[in-house]
Write a protein that binds this ligand. Structure first.
Ligand code: PLP
Ligand code: SF4
Length: 411
């Protein structure tokens, strides 16, 4: 992106991983194995003061640290307020503001029909396949799980979930989630997808993953060939900032699309990361350039350890207002709050209705100009008038116009 420090990613890769050949850099398993998970390792890449190192050791005891080499190479090491860094590098504020918020705000545990299966909306169900993620995002809704980390559902648990899905014919949309489901091997993932696909009433499968952003090398030919066999599969990913739109990520999205997998984006509104109209425009327009459709912009959940990254709800509404009318309609995501206690997602948008009666609305357009809009008031007409008089009224109208054979008018 032209107004960013000259290609941070490429420069950083050379500086930090100069001895790593392309063949290794392009191998997703290498990135996965070489994640940065300790404060000492982090300090080798991003200079931290002694005080900061001590603080981060405390934080990581509660909320562990994990950054992929790819994502690390996007961080500007000289800028403590770097928007990429804020998503990846722990902050003492996770503990010092930690009293605010709740551990499981979405009450996913209560909504679990069988362990790992969240069935909140009648026709959609979510399968939590693992709690492992290649990168641990500091704003993660599930950060409470990290300490018990490192599990993948056993086959018995998967079978119990599938059993539930087989018995619930109302489920037509199954979401594979985590953690990150792409941490499973392609073969393992395929064995699950095949069994979900075999359930007749399941129409679509969705995968929720941040790999295209934090470890795009994972989207390789093997994975795409597999996905192309079991469609319709949709993929939702999680870009939060325009600087994450790297050539590697663009290639990953392109491969998915060629495999017949449409890609949508669910971002989280984060203070100091993407909480301005200008950044959101660049992010969403940049997403369209790599052919990923902005889907949701989430208000950051009320999760313990994320308070420092949350924004007042008005910030999101103002961003929506600034986008509508000023960019392609399909560059605009839905701004949603995921309610605490399992209430579900609620869309929030600016109010465009200035006043409203049965006869007329006054509406505000994207420029703030007000317009009258006649409200078709045919409630009485359609509800109360007998069909015969409707018919004769219709005939009369057509007869006076004389263009249509009145007997062909059917009401
Ligand atoms: C978000 C979510 C879904 C999917 O919702 P959509 O609006 O269809 O994207 C399904 N189940 C749960 C539990 C969710 O949180
Ligand atoms: S990718 Fe999603 S689930 Fe994983 S750490 Fe980030 S926000 Fe949490």
């Amino acid at each position: 992106m032209e107004d960013e420090p000259p290609s941070t990613a490429a420069t950083n890769r050379r500086r930090l991983f100069g001895n790593i050949p392309d063949s290794t850099w392009n191998d997703w398993k290498w990135h996965f194995r070489n994640r940065i998970t300790t404060v000492e390792q982090l300090n080798e890449f991003i200079p931290l003061s002694t005080e900061e190192q001590a603080q981060l050791r405390w934080v990581t005891m509660r909320y562990p640290l994990s950054i992929t080499p790819h994502y690390l190479s996007l961080i500007d090491p000289c800028d403590p307020d770097d928007p990429i860094r804020k998503q990846a590098v722990p902050s003492i504020l996770e503990l010092s503001m930690g009293k605010m918020g709740i551990e499981d705000p979405l009450a996913e545990k209560e909504d679990s029909a069988v362990p790992g299966l969240v069935h909140r909306y009648s026709d959609r169900a979510l399968m939590v396949l693992t709690d492992i993620c290649p990168m641990l995002c500091r704003h993660c809704t599930r950060k409470r799980e990290w300490r018990h980390g490192g599990w993948v559902r056993t086959d018995d648990e998967i079978e119990a979930m599938l059993d539930y899905l087989r018995r619930h014919k109302e489920v037509r949309d199954v979401i594979l989630s985590g953690g990150d489901p792409l941490t499973l091997s392609t073969q393992h993932l395929e064995s699950i997808i095949v069994r979900v696909r075999a359930i007749e009433h399941v129409e679509i499968i969705r995968i929720g993953t941040r790999f295209p952003v934090v470890l795009p090398q994972r989207i390789d030919d093997e994975l795409c060939n597999m996905l192309s066999k079991h469609g319709p599969i949709w993929l939702n990913t999680h870009f939060n900032h325009p600087r994450e739109l790297t050539p590697e990520s663009a290639r990953a999205i392109d491969r998915l699309l060629r495999a017949g997998v449409p890609v949508n984006n669910q971002s989280v509104l984060l203070r100091g990361v993407n909480d301005s109209l200008e950044t959101q425009l660049r992010l969403c327009q940049g997403l369209l350039k790599i052919k990923a459709r902005p889907y949701y912009l989430f208000q950051c959940d009320e999760v313990q350890g994320t308070e420092h990254l949350r924004t007042p709800v008005e910030v999101g509404i103002r961003i929506m207002e600034g986008m509508r009318g000023h960019t392609s309609g399909f560059a605009i995501p839905n701004f949603v709050v995921d309610l605490s206690h399992g209430g579900g997602k609620v869309p929030l948008q600016p109010n465009y209705i200035v006043s409203q009666t049965e006869e007329e609305l006054v509406l505000k357009n994207y420029q703030g100009r007000k317009f009258r809009y006649r409200n078709p008031n045919n409630r009485k007409a359609t509800r109360q008038m007998p069909v015969e008089s409707l018919l004769s009224a219709a005939k009369k109208q057509y007869q006076t116009k004389g263009a249509v054979d009145a007997d062909r008018v059917v009401v």
